[in-house]
Design a protein around this ligand. Structure first.
Ligand code: HEC
Length: 134
């Protein structure tokens, strides 16, 4: 019986998606600071995503400003006017599929809106929110 669990565990580990791996590593990071951590929360993530903040360029913006709050539709970069493809991996399979891309844009985008990098908790919450939406 134990062997079966071990095999299943190994199987699920090796086939875990990139975003699941990333969430797990963020969770480990959070747990180092807070051993009572109960998991990422889409409600907190929604707040991070929708709350307006005096951004990098001195203008009130939120993540919604560029991505909209409908992740199945295109957004628009408010600074460059360029179209941004939908954030939802359900309609845009390339989304959240590459660790380097996720890290790069979360870092950059948190700086755009919050004028600092996101914490592991914030990044985990906001990704959980994006994954929770249709
Ligand atoms: C100034 C416009 C702008 C704002 C504000 C913005 N983003 Fe982005 N975001 C982009 C652009 C541009 C890309 C990359 C282009 C693309 O992938 O289509 C991107 C990509 C992403 C990605 C995709 C990574 C991947 O795997 O494809 C995530 C996740 C993301 N942003 C989250 C956020 C979050 C969370 C916030 C708020 C803290 C935010 N964005 C605010 C412009 C913005």
């Amino acid at each position: 019986m134990k062997l079966i669990y071990l095999l299943l565990f190994t199987f699920s580990l090796s086939y875990a998606s990139v975003v699941t791996d990333y969430l797990n590593s963020l969770e480990n990071e959070v747990k180092k600071e807070n051993s009572n951590f109960k998991g990422f929360d889409k409600k907190r993530g929604e707040k991070i995503f929708t709350a307006k903040h005096l951004g990098k360029k001195g203008k009130e913006i939120s993540c919604v400003s560029c991505h909209t709050n409908n992740f199945t539709q295109n957004g628009e970069n408010i600074f460059t006017g360029k179209v941004i493809k939908p954030l939802s991996p359900k309609v845009n399979p390339k989304r959240l599929s590459e660790l380097k891309t996720m890290k790069k844009w979360l870092k950059r985008n948190f700086k755009d809106v919050y004028v600092r990098e996101g914490t592991a908790l914030e990044k985990g919450d906001v990704i959980t929110y994006i994954l929770s939406k249709d």
